[in-house]
Structures are given as structure tokens and as C-alpha cells.
Design a protein around this ligand. Sequence first.
Ligand code: C2E
Ligand code: MG
Ligand code: MG
Ligand code: MG
Length: 273
Amino acid sequence: AKAGGGRGRIEVHDEALSDGDVDQLQLESDLRHAVDAGELRLFYQPIVALSDETLLGYEALIRWQHPTRGLLPPGAFLEAAENNRLTSKLGAWVLRQACSDAAGWDPGLRVHVNISARHLAEPGFSELVAAALEESGLESGRLELEITESTALFAAEATLRSVSEVTATGVTLALDDFGTGYSAITALHRLPIHTVKIDRSFVADVVTEPSTAALVQGLLQLGQGMGLEVIAEGIEDAEQATWLREHGCTMAQGYAFGRPAPLPAEPAVAAPA
Ligand code: C2E
Ligand code: MG
Ligand code: MG
Ligand code: MG
């Protein structure tokens, strides 16, 4: 095993472990301490109205300020959290922090929080959401939980119960990465979905690939036909924004409007209507 310090360091004596395995184990071990050590951060990415770029709210996106590796994106550690049954600890921190941050914003702004499938199915999930709202004073209608299609596909009894308890309080649900799962339509039918978020892999090609354009038009029609809000994710340039606006999409998120960033020192204020 490599030399190097840090709390929670693990000794590895098995020669069969590769450097990558060791790194992974070290990461999982570090992650256990990250929440208590205050190393997790929430970045926020604006969600805007496509018509005039009015700010509607923010999506909370987790980052880990690792003591030696620097700022890590969720792709670098969320899987380690799932392996380690740290999902509920991480998820609880995210929910509480996001609700407390949002409670300080203009009351016209909503906050979106990503929820892992495993966490949603755990007992006590709806109580956690209620506690996060209660402690922060955030109005339930300002919180939207983002779940992925795979969550919906494997919707267990426990998941359905969590979802109905949470939505009964006024919290809304968004179906994230819409179009990439196997069960988009089933999910829309089975769960009380309020918003669909068209995956950025489609948005990326919408201007250049006719087949992707047709697909996105279909997703927009499906969402709108069911009376749902539709957010296009990952808009990076003005051409994509124009295409989506002209095809009836009203809400958007992407680098063209703002990258995920730490909260500004001044509380965010919604643009006047
Ligand atoms: P997501 O929920 O679909 O979030 C959108 C991802 O796309 C974010 O990546 C965001 O930074 C990125 N993105 C936004 N606009 C653009 C754009 O214009 N171009 C490009 N290339 N990318 C864009 P990020 O922050 O790395 O998060 C990745 C995924 O990790 C999220 O996908 C979500 O599934 C998961 N995640 C993030 N935060 C949390 C969390 O607090 N809890 C849980 N359970 N999952 C989270
Ligand atoms: Mg999301
Ligand atoms: Mg997404
Ligand atoms: Mg995505």
C-alpha cells in the first residue's frame, strides 16, 4: 500500500489488489469521514425560463472538497457511497443543507435535490424530508426531488410509499435524464411526476441530428400532453436554446445560462416578473 496520511487510512496487504483498488478503498474510507469533517459542498446551477432567462430556481449538485485530491465531482464518489451504505448519510446531509440554503433565497425560487434510488426506498425517507423542511422553514412547494428513470423502473413498494408520503406534503417530483431509461412512459404513469428533465445527451445533438430532433420533439409533446413541466438539461449554446424555445420548451438549464457554482455571498433574488 502507498504511504500517505489522513484519517481513516486503511492498510492493504493483499498483493492481488491493484493500485486502482487501493485508491477506491481509500476513497470509500475517506468518504466515511467527509460528512462529519465538513468536506462536502453543494454547488447550485440555475434553472431559467427559456423565454427571457428569468431565474426560476437552482439544482443542488454535490461536490467533495477532498483534503488531498481537491474538488471531486459526484461521478468520482457517489458509487463509493452506495457500496458503503453511506447513501442515507450523504442524502440526509444534502437535503438538510439544500433546504437550509434555499430558505434564505427569494421565496419565488425553488430548489431541486437529486435523490438516490437506494435512499428513496429506505424507511424514514419521508420523515427526513419533513424534518429538513421543518428545521429550515422552507415551504414544501419550493422543494422538488429529482429521481432517475431507473429509480422509477425498479419502483418497489417502499419507494412508492415514500413518494406518496412526500408528495402529499406538497413536495414535487422531477423525472431526471428523461428519455435515457427503459421505462419513461411506465414511470410517468406510475408515479406522480410534476416535471421531466430532457437529458443533455439529446440536447447536445438536437440541432445537428434530425433523428435526435424528432426524438426531442416527441419527448416535449409527451411531457406537455400530460400537463408536466419540461426542463431541457445541458444547453450549452444559443442555437440549442433557440431550437428548444421554438419547439415549445419553456424551461432550461445548462452552461449557456450558468455553471454549477457555490452560493454567492448575497442571497439570490428572482428577477421581477
Ligand atoms: P444530473 O442530476 O442529471 O445533473 C446534471 C449534470 O450535468 C451535472 O453534473 C451538471 O454539472 C451537468 N451539466 C449541467 N449543465 C451542463 C452543460 O451545459 N454541459 C455539460 N456538459 N454538463 C452540464 P454533475 O454535477 O457532475 O452531477 C452528475 C450527476 O450526479 C447528476 O446528474 C446526479 O445524477 C448526480 N448527483 C449530483 N448531486 C447529487 C446529490 O446531491 N445526490 C445524488 N444522489 N446524486 C447527485
Ligand atoms: Mg438532477
Ligand atoms: Mg439530469
Ligand atoms: Mg444527466
